[in-house]
Design a protein around this ligand. Structure first.
Ligand code: E4P
Length: 254
């Protein structure tokens, strides 16, 4: 079970890295377009520098942003040249008939592939057979079509397990917190989640209530507690000294 962070925002990535739960980062051209306009390569290098600063040797998915298959292969070579020193780079390629050729070519370059935009069982199977290391199934977008995303994930999981397929299933396109739970329960290896959901995933009103109660009960108890007498050995070993421990924890000789 792994959670990836679905963002290109440096601050959000850093907040996740500080908390240790992130097992990977996924980006796509739309996600990048939400950041302040700047050179694409510089931004990806900044993400890599951040990962290194936190000693987080975790997969970073970067998507090709051209559609002609030959141009995609050239762009993938540029990604390998520019970012390939980061060994956990995964080049994201949308699934498609011509794109299988791109996946195969990238794998032959020795780079890893995250085959993205998969909406069906067949697409996931074809992506894995072409050599993709990750297949990304788009939970929210599958549901938009009226199909059951959990069934698609479950079926792909079952076939990968039965056939001993190495490709890992990433579930993306998360729209609500319950999507994360259901995707993991359906058999996703990884769910990639927009950062806005993380604080919510750690919170519960009954947790707040319990913590408040513990603190206020303790404060009431410690304020009301009378001084306690404690017998301690004297420093020279001759007998015992009597100390009064005040309620605030400070010790004083009577
Ligand atoms: C993840 O890898 C995808 O790029 C992402 O989750 C897509 O989500 P969307 O449907 O919100 O665009």
């Amino acid at each position: 079970m792994k959670i990836f962070v679905d963002t290109a925002n440096l601050q959000d990535i850093e907040e996740a890295l500080k908390r240790g739960f992130a097992s990977g980062i996924t980006t796509n051209p739309s996600i990048l377009s939400k950041e302040e306009r700047r050179d694409f390569g510089t931004h990806i290098r900044d993400i890599i520098a951040l990962l290194r600063r936190y000693e987080a040797d975790i997969p970073l998915s970067v998507e090709l942003f051209t559609t002609d298959p030959d141009a995609m292969i050239v762009q993938a070579e540029q990604f390998v040249t520019s970012f390939g020193d980061y060994k956990n780079l995964a080049i994201k390629v949308p699934v498609g008939w011509d794109e299988l050729r791109v996946i195969h070519a990238i794998r032959r370059m020795g780079a890893r592939v995250n085959c993205t935009c998969c909406m069906s069982y067949n697409q996931a199977i074809m992506a894995a057979l072409a050599g993709a290391n990750y297949v990304s199934l788009f939970w929210g977008r599958i549901r938009d079509t009226g199909s059951d995303a959990a069934t698609v994930v479950r079926q792909v999981r079952q076939t990968f397990r039965e056939q001993g397929t190495d490709a890992e299933i990433i579930v993306g396109s998360i729209r609500q917190m319950i999507d994360v739970n259901e995707a993991l329960q359906a058999g996703a290896d990884i769910v990639t989640v927009p950062p806005k959901f993380f604080p919510q995933m750690c919170a519960h009103p009954k947790t707040d209530e319990a913590v408040q109660q513990f603190i206020s009960d303790f404060r009431a108890w410690s304020a009301a507690e009378p001084a306690i007498e404690v017998v301690v050995a004297s420093p020279n070993g001759n007998g015992a000294a009597l100390l009064e421990l005040a309620a605030d924890g400070g010790a004083q000789h009577p």
